[in-house]
Design a protein around this ligand. Structure first.
Ligand SMILES: [Zn+2]
Length: 235
């Protein structure tokens, strides 16, 4: 399956051919739908058939193969025939909010030192958990530093490195709970030059300025060394 979102996260729609369709989901030969993973929710949207019939897609999940995307149709929807052509279209407004928040969480990694032990991206909000023993976190300082990095409008770009290069640079892996995909010979890094660099397979905005103003909400205590930092859009 060709994962269009990986090279072009701004692509909202693509033509595709149905490969299979059953109760587990619809498989296409290519897709713009990001499947849930790495803390980022799966896309929602539609598949439009040649006769104009619209199949609402309620979620996108990874299949058995790591490059397999299952498009989960809304309940009670008739499935398309294998071999038929569809236009796959994501709910772009929602995806763009997820991309903005996802990119903001990379900036949070740059502002807070400490291993990331978990995280979740939501619509309009997001959070990361850090392993921080006995650290006082200043909500106002974190908010100010995030908004400074956003206003500086840093470029954001993925690049690929070999498994061996990653093994030689273990400090690249900030997230203890999510092992980067390896074994395929290469790993996708998300690079915000001079700010943050780490393995990530998600979708991001092209420049930090696109995130817009954010604010730190609650900072929660989740166990002895875990601090959960909640972020939301301020505008
Ligand atoms: Zn990412």
């Amino acid at each position: 399956m060709e994962l269009v979102f990986r090279d072009d996260p701004y692509c909202k729609s693509c033509e595709a051919t149905v490969e299979s369709a059953d109760e587990t989901g619809i498989r296409l030969d290519r897709t713009v739908f990001y499947p849930m993973g790495g803390g980022q929710p799966g896309d929602v949207g539609t598949l439009t058939q040649a006769d104009g019939t619209v199949i609402p897609i309620a979620d996108a999940r990874k299949g058995e193969h790591h490059e397999d995307v299952l498009h989960i149709p809304a309940e009670g929807t008739a499935l398309p025939a294998p071999g038929s052509k569809v236009t796959a279209t994501i709910d772009w407004e929602r995806r763009h909010r997820l991309m903005r928040m996802h990119t903001c969480l990379h900036l949070l990694c740059a502002v807070i030192s400490g291993d990331v032990t978990g995280g979740q991206i939501g619509d309009g909000k997001g959070r990361l958990d850090f392993n921080l023993p006995d650290t006082q976190l200043d909500k106002e300082r974190i908010t100010a530093e995030l908004n400074r990095l956003i206003a500086e409008d840093h470029p954001v770009a993925p690049r690929w490195i070999g498994d061996d290069e990653l093994a030689a640079n273990p400090e690249l892996v900030r997230t203890m709970s999510v092992k980067p995909p390896s074994g395929s010979g290469k790993v996708r890094l998300l690079d915000i030059p001079g700010v943050d660099l780490q393995p990530c397979g998600g979708t991001h905005v092209a420049r930090t300025g696109e995130i817009g103003p954010v604010a730190v909400g609650k900072i929660e205590n989740k166990g002895r060394q875990n601090r959960r930092i909640n972020i939301h859009f301020a505008a």
